[in-house]
Ligand binder design. Structure first.
Ligand code: NDP
Length: 246
């Protein structure tokens, strides 16, 4: 059987790393994109030492259209097909709108929203030719409900929903699904740095009473990329412990 290829942006840290590892366990070849060459090499060596051989790493800033085009072309030169694209890379530059400057606005829109165009554009042609594909776009609970101090991030993540729904309609007949995942509070490095009392306050607002785990996001990604999920497209799957229901 032909090897499946999954491309994960921001695929070596936090949620993206768990997604990459889950794909590897499932037998996919994983191509992890990140903008830091040194960290990519270290990560690939660590994973190969742990027995995961089917890894490629590509240095690419997802906010740069030309870089994305060249990087995706290099993957397709090598493998001919991309079965799953996970647009996961994201950043925050928080400030209340009164204090937010244009560079904070631009950076967040470029990395979280323009990256959807930059990465999906060169990949979709290949999926259309092959008449198969799975695209997962990482959004956030804050793109659904908005968040104080995150006008830039909330706008970008809300834009991801519109992008997903429009593209899903355009490619559905070609056996390509496009879905959004909206995580709530996930137990990543960022959360581990929060003081205990603040963390307890956050957990109190979550009906299931705990943070989510990146592994839980990865499990959902694998399901959405599998053969049995072909009827799910244009959907947003919230994974937030019941914190925001709609
Ligand atoms: P992390 O900051 O842990 O990881 C993000 C990854 O994306 C990093 O490896 C980062 O690289 C990479 N990245 C950032 N900018 C670029 C860029 N321009 N080009 C290429 N790679 C880039 O984030 P999380 O794992 O926490 O989040 C993953 C996704 O999930 C994001 O889209 C985030 O918005 C979303 N999300 C996360 C939640 C959470 O609780 N953690 C909640 C809701 C949504 P580098 O380290 O070099 O910057």
């Amino acid at each position: 059987m032909e090897e499946k290829v999954a491309l994960v942006t921001g695929g070596i840290r936090g949620i993206g790393e768990k997604i990459s590892l889950r794909f590897l366990k499932e037998g996919y070849r994983v191509v992890a994109f990140d903008n830091d060459a040194g960290r990519l090499n270290d990560w690939a060596e660590t994973q190969k030492a742990a027995g995961f051989e089917k890894i490629d790493t590509v240095v690419c800033d997802v906010s740069d259209y030309e870089q994305c085009q060249a990087a995706v072309a290099s993957v397709l030169n090598k493998y001919d097909h991309i079965d799953a694209l996970v647009n996961n890379a994201g950043i925050t530059r928080d400030a209340t709108f009164k204090k937010m400057d244009k560079s904070q606005w631009d950076a967040v829109i470029q990395v979280n929203l323009n990256s959807m165009f930059n990465m999906t554009k060169p990949v979709i042609e290949n999926m259309l030719t092959n008449q198969r594909g799975r695209i997962i776009n990482m959004s956030s609970i804050n793109g659904q409900k908005g968040q104080f101090g995150q006008a830039n991030y909330s706008a970008a993540k809300a834009g991801v929903h519109g992008f997903t729904k429009a593209l899903a309609q355009e490619v559905a007949r070609k056996n390509i699904t496009v879905n959004t995942i909206s995580p709530g509070y996930i137990n990543t490095e960022m959360m581990q740095a929060i003081p205990d009392d603040v963390l307890e306050n956050i957990k109190a607002q979550i009906p299931v009473g705990r943070l989510g785990e990146a592994d839980e996001i990865a499990e959902l990604v694998l399901y959405l990329c599998g053969d049995k999920s072909g009827y799910i497209t244009g959907s947003n799957i919230a994974i937030n412990g019941g914190q925001h229901m709609c």
